[in-house]
Design a protein around this ligand. Structure first.
Ligand code: NAD
Length: 502
């Protein structure tokens, strides 16, 4: 049977994508477009406008005008809360449609798109969470430091025009993690979805208008990093860049933002370890680690636990369960509820992942299973059979670099100190898993790990919990109060109350 996405596309009624500038949907000024090919079949699914420098300039100026003169930054608490809650309700109502659009965008199976952390529901919950900060995240009042009758206070004000740049792998959650706090704080936005996941994001923006968001508050520029992304990150009227994506582009954004000292928050890549101690539930640990590099996104997830550090006492058991979990994965039509894992997003990523698998073998790691491109009915797509590497040394390339594919590297260790040393021997620091039945050991190890989020015998992204990275995994946190505050500037206002101090 030959896989095809075209009937699904027609069923969803996918229409070509346009830019949104100051409330008007329109083509790019030079007529440029991008044709999206599905990662499972390479079929042409649809096309969308590519915003050039002129279009990005118009979108940023529309956001600037909406910020400087429009109603949203000056709206009452109740107006903003109402719009954001209406939007979260619309997201829930359109959940099935959006999940199908995502499957057409990036090939993530519907089965996985319905799992909480990847779902439309989590995006709706993130908006509700941030709507809750609008009437709570106020300023403070202070006494005079050197005496005197003085009133001093702080206010939180919206930071201004936000450029929100999304990756392709988790657009529901990341749309919400950026636009939720930005809109709650009263900012205006220019959104750039990934060129590999545009259609679901465009539909979410239509729903924002339906929820009553005023024109010009959210503008959309679609297209690739160059020219669209570059024009956005170098635009002088952008106050803040909120980015999720690769470390390489993150570094470019820091460089490009220096000219006007833009505020920057970024969620970048990871090489997160799973530490598995003697006596732990080894099956749970192996299912979690192998699950994060196969299930749903086939390891194309920032938080995947791609480096399993396993005590020698349970090493063989871990490898056996990991093999079993990989063997359980099913591939094919993402609209089939029995399909559990996706293809790689594009041919460039396919070549990159196969290159890392080859490098792992050349450097002496033992390939236990998988690691080849899948054939037969899968041969038109970017499907790779999950690769399990044993006897990996932490210095090897496959243990150090983010592969972003279905590759699990298993490194043996002998004691707790060695495990922690290996876990922290990385340039990243996004997350880690600790698998043990000893609660004291769990917290002792969690405290010593240099990573932003630690899951003890389990892990879940939640709207109200800070999420982000140490070291080169990012700057700042998404989720929770600190995320809301990152879209505000703190202003101090003081006034002496006695004549003598005037
Ligand atoms: P990417 O860096 O290639 O692209 C991300 C976005 O940046 C896309 O919209 C792309 O068009 C844009 N872009 C590319 N070049 C640009 C430029 N010069 N200027 C401005 N924008 C530019 O990443 P990707 O392949 O879409 O996503 C995978 C990466 O994202 C992985 O490294 C993954 O770990 C990371 N990620 C991190 C998190 C997190 O929360 N930490 C979540 C998801 C993904």
């Amino acid at each position: 049977m030959t896989l095809s996405m075209l009937a699904h596309r027609d069923d969803v009624g996918l229409k070509d994508g346009l830019l949104l500038v100051g409330g008007q949907w329109r083509a790019s000024s030079d007529g440029a477009t991008w044709t999206h090919r599905h990662p499972a079949t390479h079929e042409e699914i649809g096309s969308f406008a590519v915003a050039g420098v002129e279009d990005v300039d118009a979108a940023v100026k529309a956001a600037r005008k909406a910020f400087d003169e429009g109603t949203w930054p000056r709206a009452t608490v109740s107006e903003r809360v109402r719009v954001l809650h209406k939007f979260s309700g619309l997201l829930r109502e359109h959940s099935t449609e959006l999940t199908k659009l995502l499957a057409l965008d990036n090939g993530v199976p519907i089965s996985f798109g319905n799992i909480y952390a990847a779902s439309v529901t989590v995006a709706a919950d993130v908006f509700d969470h941030h709507a809750g900060w609008i009437d709570k995240a106020g300023g403070e009042t202070f006494p005079g430091y050197q005496g005197g009758d003085k009133l001093a206070m702080t206010f939180r004000e919206p930071i201004g025009v936000v450029a929100a740049i999304l990756p392709w792998n988790a657009p529901f959650l990341l749309f919400a993690q950026k636009l939720g706090p930005a809109l709650a704080a009263g900012c205006t936005v220019v959104l750039k979805p990934s060129e590999f996941a545009t259609f679901a994001a465009l539909r979410m923006v239509e729903l924002l208008s339906e929820a009553g968001l005023p024109e010009g508050v959210v503008n959309v520029v679609t297209g690739p990093g160059n020219p669209t992304g570059e024009a956005l990150i170098t635009h002088p009227l952008v106050d803040k860049i909120s980015f999720t994506g690769s470390r390489a582009v993150g570094k470019r954004i820091v460089e490009a933002s220096a000219g006007t000292l833009k505020r920057v928050s970024m969620e970048l890549g990871g090489k997160s370890p799973a530490l598995v101690f003697p006596g732990a539930e080894v099956a749970l640990a192996a299912a979690t680690a192998m699950g994060t590099v196969t299930m749903g996104l086939s390891g194309q997830a920032c938080i995947a636990q791609t480096r399993a550090l396993v005590h020698r006492d349970c090493y063989d058991e871990f490898l056996a369960v990991a093999q079993g979990v990989a063997g359980y994965m099913t591939y094919g039509d993402p609209f089939d509820p029995a399909v559990l894992a996706s293809p790689l997003i594009n041919e460039k990523q396919l070549d990159r992942v196969l290159g890392y698998i080859q490098k792992g073998q050349e450097e002496g790691a033992r390939l236990v299973m998988g690691g080849t491109r899948m054939q037969g009915e899968y041969s038109n797509g970017n499907f790779v059979a999950p690769a399990l590497f044993a006897d990996v040394e932490n210095s090897m390339t496959i243990a150090q670099e983010e592969i972003f594919g279905p590759v699990l590297a298993v490194v043996p260790f002998s004691d707790e100190d060695e495990a922690i040393r290996l876990a922290n021997d990385t340039e990243y620091g996004l997350g880690a898993g600790v698998f043990t039945k000893d609660a004291k050991q769990a917290f002792r190890v969690a405290k010593r790990l240099r990573a932003g989020t630690i899951g003890i015998n389990g892990f879940q992204v939640e709207p109200h919990l800070p999420f982000g990275g140490f070291q080169q995994s990012g700057l700042g946190r998404e989720g929770g109060r600190s995320a809301y505050e990152a879209y505000t500037e703190l202003k101090t206002v003081m006034m002496p109350l006695s004549e003598a101090m005037m």
